[in-house]
Design a binder for this molecule. Structure first.
Ligand code: HXC
Length: 518
C-alpha cells in the first residue's frame, strides 16, 4: 500500500472511531435511556448529506484526575453546519457518551467557533444540549468555557435566531445558555433543567422533589415558561425545531421565507360575524378566529401551555410570515397578568428583531387585580409588553374584537402607541373600563343616597355608558381606530393592511441600548 493510501485509510479509521464518541457501550446506555446520540439527532435535524462537521479531531487538554489517559476525538460535542429545508444553519450537539457531555474548555472552543460563524455568515444557531454541566476535572477552565459561550449568546441575540433543544440533563449555570437564546424546547421525561438538583434542594430547604417535578419539560412549559415547547419525543422535538425555522428569517437583515398558498386572500368567513357572544361576560375561543384568518388555518403556537390567557405564535398570511398575539377570552376572560405580559413581550421583541410583522387580536378586560399580582410586580411586567409594542418598528396591525379596556387597551398595540393600522369589529368596546365598574364608581354616591332607586339609577347610567362606549364608534370618530370592519372580512382586511405596510420604515432614536423594565 502506498503511503498516500495508508494516510487515507488512517483518516477513514479515525473518522469511524470519532463517530463512536464515548464508544458502543455508552451509545447503548444512551439508547437504553430512550435517548438518541448527538449524531443521530443531527441526522434527523439536517437535510440528508448536508452536514459539514468541524473539529472532529479536537481533544481536551486536561491532565487532572487521570484525564490525560483518555482523549476521545472530538471531545463531548459534535459541531458544524448543514441545511434544513435547504437553508444554512449552524449546529452543535452535546455528546453524552463522552464524559456525560460535560463541558470542557475544548468543547467551548468548538461551540464558540460555531456561534461566531453563525453570526458572521448570518445563519441560525441551534444547540442540542445533553450534558452533566461543567467538566468537573477541568475546574475553572470549564467555567471559563461557559462564560465564552454566554458571551456569544448575548452578542448574537437579535442578530441571528438562536434555538436550544434540551435533550437530556441541563443543570447548574449551564441552563443560562438556553435561557439567553430565543427559543427553548424540552423533551418530556428525558430532559430537565434546574439550577440546583433535588439533592441540593433537599439539603438547603428540606423540600423533597423529583427531577421531573423540579425541572422537567412539562413544568418549564407550563409553570415557569422557561421552555417554549415540550414535546413527547426527540423526533417530535426535532420536527418542531424545523417547523419553527420555517417561519423565521436567517438573520436580522432578512425577511422570513414565503410559503405560497392557494388559500384566497379574500376568503370571507361568515362564522366570524356571530362568534362574539351577545353577553359580554361570555367567553369564546380565540383560536377559532386565528385559524379562520391565517393561511390554510395553520397556526404554529409558541408557549402553548404557559399563560394561556394570551396566545402567541406564527402563521402565514398571503404566504408571508406573521407573529400573532391574541388575548384568549376562554381563559381568565383574556385578562393580562404577569406571565401573559412576559410571554407576549418576549414574543413581540423576537418578531421585531427579526422583521416579522405583528397581528394583534384584542379582547382584553384589563389587568388581573390582586395582591399576588401587585407583589409580583405586574406594574413592571405589564410595562414589558407596553415597551415591547411601543419600541417595535415592524408593521403592526391590530383588530379589537370586543373589549379593549383601560391600560390593557393601550398595551395591546393601540393606535397611539405606534400601532400602524387599527381595526375594530362592531362588537368592540373601547373604554376606560366595563359599564358595570364605571357606573359603580361614577354613581356610588347617588346610589347610596337614594337606595330605593339605586337599581334604577344603575340601569339608566349603565345604558348611557353602553350607548357611549360599548361600541367602536367613539374611537372611530376620533381616529383612534382606522376603520370598523365586518368580522367575516378580517382575513382580507388584515392582509391588505399588511401589504400596504410592506415598505414601512420607522426609526428609534440612536442610543447605546434601551432600558426596558426588566
Ligand atoms: C465530568 C461527568 C460530569 C461532569 C457526568 N460525568 N457529569 N464528568 N464532569 N460534570 C460523567 C460521569 O462520571 C460518567 O462517566 C458519565 O459522565 C455519565 O454519567 P452518569 O452519572 O453515569 O450518568 P447518569 O446516571 O445518567 O447521570 C447523569 C447526571 C450525573 C445526572 C448528569 O452524571 C450528574 O449528576 N453529574 C454531575 C452534574 C453536576 O453537578 N454538574 C456540575 C453542575 S454545575 P463514566 O466514565 O462513568 O461513564 C455546573 C456549573 C456551570 O455545571 C457553570 C456555568 C456558569
Amino acid at each position: 500500500m502506498s503511503i498516500q493510501s495508508e494516510n487515507i485509510e488512517k483518516l477513514v479509521d479515525r473518522r469511524v472511531k470519532a463517530r463512536l464518541g464515548g464508544g458502543q457501550k455508552r451509545i447503548e446506555a444512551q439508547h437504553a435511556k430512550g435517548k438518541k446520540t448527538a449524531r443521530e439527532r443531527l441526522e434527523l435535524l439536517l437535510d440528508p448529506g448536508s452536514f459539514e462537521e468541524f473539529d472532529m479531531f479536537m481533544h481536551h487538554r486536561c491532565t487532572n484526575f487521570g484525564m490525560e489517559k483518555d482523549h476521545p476525538d472530538g471531545d463531548g460535542v459534535v459541531t458544524g453546519c448543514g441545511t434544513i429545508d435547504g437553508r444554512l444553519v449552524y449546529v452543535f450537539a452535546q455528546d453524552f457518551t463522552v464524559n456525560g457531555g460535560s463541558l470542557s474548555k475544548t468543547m467551548s472552543e468548538k461551540i464558540t467557533k460555531i456561534q461566531d460563524m453563525a453570526v458572521r455568515n448570518g445563519a441560525p444557531c441551534i444547540g442540542l444540549n445533553d450534558s452533566g454541566g461543567a467538566r468537573i476535572q477541568e475546574g475553572i477552565d470549564a467555567l471559563a468555557g461557559y462564560a465564552e459561550i454566554f458571551e456569544r449568546n448575548i452578542l448574537a441575540s437579535g442578530v441571528v435566531p438562536q434555538i436550544s433543544g434540551i435533550f437530556g440533563p441541563c443543570a447548574g449555570g449551564a441552563v443560562y445558555s438556553p435561557a439567553l437564546t430565543d427559543f427553548t424546547l424540552m423533551v418530556k421525561n428525558t430532559s430537565y433543567m434546574f439550577l440546583t438538583g433535588p439533592a441540593v434542594v433537599k439539603s438547603v430547604t428540606g423540600e423533597e422533589v423529583s427531577q421531573e417535578e423540579l425541572g422537567g419539560a412539562s413544568v418549564h412549559a407550563s409553570k415557569s415558561g422557561v421552555a417554549h415547547f415540550a414535546t413527547a419525543s426527540e423526533e417530535e422535538g426535532i420536527k418542531t425545531i424545523k417547523k419553527l425555522l420555517s417561519y423565521i428569517p436567517q438573520n436580522n437583515m432578512e425577511t422570513a421565507p414565503e410559503k405560497p398558498t392557494t388559500d384566497p386572500i379574500n376568503r370571507v368567513d361568515d362564522a366570524l360575524n356571530s362568534i362574539v357572544p351577545d353577553n359580554p361576560n361570555k367567553a369564546y375561543d380565540m383560536y377559532a378566529v386565528i385559524k379562520s384568518i391565517v393561511d390554510d388555518g395553520d397556526f404554529f403556537e409558541i408557549h402553548k401551555d404557559f399563560a394561556k390567557n394570551i396566545i402567541v405564535g406564527f402563521a402565514h398570511m398571503n404566504g408571508k410570515s406573521v407573529g400573532i398575539v391574541a388575548n384568549q377570552p376562554n381563559v381568565l376572560a383574556g385578562v393580562l397578568d404577569i406571565n401573559a405580559s412576559r410571554k407576549a413581550a418576549r414574543f413581540v421583541r423576537f418578531c421585531d428583531a427579526f422583521n416579522i410583522p405583528l397581528v394583534t387580536l384584542v379582547d382584553v378586560p384589563g389587568f388581573l387585580p390582586g395582591t399576588q399580582q401587585e407583589y409580583g410586580a405586574i406594574i413592571t411586567n405589564g410595562a414589558k409588553l407596553l415597551y415591547a409594542y411601543g419600541e417595535a418598528t415592524v408593521p403592526k396591525v391590530t383588530v379589537t374584537l370586543r373589549k379593549g379596556y383601560g391600560g390593557a387597551h393601550i398595551v395591546m398595540s393601540c393606535k397611539q402607541l405606534r400601532g400602524d393600522i387599527n381595526y375594530a369589529w362592531p362588537s368592540a368596546q373601547i373604554a376606560v373600563m366595563g359599564a358595570d365598574g364605571a357606573v359603580n364608581i361614577l354613581y356610588a354616591k347617588d346610589m347610596k343616597e337614594d337606595p330605593e332607586n339605586a337599581a334604577k339609577i344603575f340601569d339608566e347610567k349603565k345604558a348611557e355608558y353602553e350607548e357611549l362606549f360599548s361600541n367602536p364608534y367613539q374611537a372611530a370618530q376620533k381616529g383612534y381606530v382606522d376603520d370598523v370592519i365586518e368580522p367575516r372580512n378580517t382575513r382580507f382586511r388584515v392582509i391588505r393592511a399588511l401589504e400596504s405596510l410592506a415598505g414601512k420604515r420607522q426609526e428609534i432614536p440612536a442610543k447605546k441600548h434601551d432600558n426596558l423594565p426588566l
